[in-house]
Design a protein around this ligand. Structure first.
Ligand SMILES: NC(=O)c1ccc[n+]([C@@H]2O[C@H](COP(=O)([O-])OP(=O)(O)OC[C@H]3O[C@@H](n4cnc5c(N)ncnc54)[C@H](O)[C@@H]3O)[C@@H](O)[C@H]2O)c1
Length: 270
C-alpha cells in the first residue's frame, strides 16, 4: 500500500534519462516538459534544431534538465548519434518517446508512391530506427520504457488521411511485436493513440493560404469535434503528455504492448 511519499517516488523520474523526438512542437514539446518536471534529464530532438533548443531552454528556465538536439529521425546515422549522445552524457537511457511525425492527405485511391515512401520513412522507419538504437541499450542495461505515438486514425478510420493511418497502424503493430520480444529484459513498449489536439500539425485545417491561422475557421473545425466527443472537448498537448508520464514512470511497470487512447471518448479500443 502506498503512502504519499512512496506514491510520489513511483511517479518520479529523478535520475533517469529520456529522449523525446518531435520535441520542438505540440505533443512532443509538452511531453518533454512533463518528463523534465518529473525529474528526468530530457534530450529534446527535432528536425528543426532551433525549436528543439527552444524547448530545452524553456525547460531549463523552469528548473529542469534538458538538452536540445537537431535530428532527422528518417536518417539512421543521425538517430544513432542522438541516442549515443544521451547515453554518453548520462551513462543511461530509461525512456524513449517516439513523437516526431508528419501527416499527409490522400484517399487510398490517390496515394502516390512518393507520399507513401516519405510517410513510411518518418512515421514508421524513423520510430523503428530510434527504437532499435535505444532498445539495444535498454536490453543490455536492465530495461526501460519506449512510448510510440500513433493516432485515433487507427481506431476510427477517417477519410483522406490514408497513408498517415497506415503508417500509424504499422507503428501499433511494431509496438506489440517488440513488446513480446523485449519484455523479458525489462523493456516495456506501449503506444498512445491521441484524439484531436490542436497543434502545428492540425492547424492545416484552419490555416489561410498565406500561412496565418484563421480564428473563425478554427472555431468552425473545433466546435463540432468538441460537441461530438463524449467529454465535450478536444485534447491539449498536456492531456497526452500526462499519458506519456504514466507510461514512462513506474506507475505502469506492469503495462506493456498496450494502446492507451486519450481521445475524449471518441473511439474505443478494439
Ligand atoms: N495533434 C493531433 O491531433 C494528433 C493526433 C494523433 C496523433 N498525433 C501524433 O502526435 C505526434 C506529434 O504531433 P503534433 O500534433 O504535436 O505535431 P507537430 O507538428 O506540432 O509536431 C511534430 C514535430 O515533429 C517534428 N518532425 C517532423 N518530422 C521529423 C523528422 N523527420 N525528424 C525529427 N523531427 C521531425 C516536427 O518538426 C515537429 O516539431 C505525431 O506523431 C502525430 O502524428 C497528433
Amino acid at each position: 500500500m502506498h503512502d504519499q511519499t512512496s506514491l510520489m517516488t513511483t511517479i518520479s523520474l529523478r535520475g533517469r534519462t529520456a529522449i523525446v523526438t518531435g520535441a520542438g512542437s505540440g505533443i512532443g514539446k509538452a511531453s518533454a516538459a512533463t518528463l523534465a518536471a518529473a525529474g528526468a534529464t530530457v534530450y529534446c530532438g527535432d528536425l528543426l534544431a532551433d525549436t528543439a533548443e527552444a524547448t530545452a531552454a524553456e525547460i531549463r528556465r523552469l528548473g529542469g534538465n534538458a538538452i536540445g538536439c537537431g535530428v532527422n529521425i528518417a536518417v539512421r546515422s543521425e538517430v544513432n548519434a542522438f541516442v549515443e549522445r544521451a547515453i554518453a552524457d548520462t551513462g543511461r537511457l530509461d525512456i524513449v518517446c517516439n513523437i516526431a511525425g508528419m501527416m499527409s492527405e490522400a484517399k487510398v485511391l490517390d496515394i502516390t508512391e512518393e507520399d507513401l515512401d516519405q510517410m513510411l520513412q518518418v512515421n514508421l522507419k524513423g520510430a523503428l530506427f530510434v527504437s532499435q538504437a535505444a532498445g539495444r541499450f535498454m536490453v543490455d542495461h536492465g530495461g526501460g520504457s519506449i512510448i510510440n505515438m500513433a493516432s485515433t486514425a487507427v481506431l476510427a478510420p477517417s477519410p483522406d488521411i490514408a497513408v498517415y493511418a497506415m503508417t500509424k497502424a504499422a507503428l501499433v503493430q511494431m509496438t506489440k511485436t517488440m513488446s513480446v520480444e523485449v519484455g523479458k529484459y525489462g523493456v516495456r513498449v506501449n503506444t498512445i493513440a491521441p484524439g484531436f489536439v490542436p497543434t502545428k500539425m492540425t492547424s492545416r485545417y484552419y490555416t489561410n493560404p498565406d500561412g496565418t491561422e484563421d480564428a473563425a475557421m478554427k472555431e468552425m473545425v473545433l466546435k463540432p469535434m468538441a460537441k461530438f466527443a463524449p467529454l465535450r472537448r478536444v485534447g491539449t498537448p498536456d492531456d497526452i503528455a500526462h499519458c506519456v508520464l504514466y507510461l514512462a514512470s513506474d506507475l505502469s511497470s506492469y503495462v506493456t504492448g498496450q494502446l492507451l487512447a486519450p481521445n475524449g471518448g471518441v473511439a474505443g479500443v478494439s
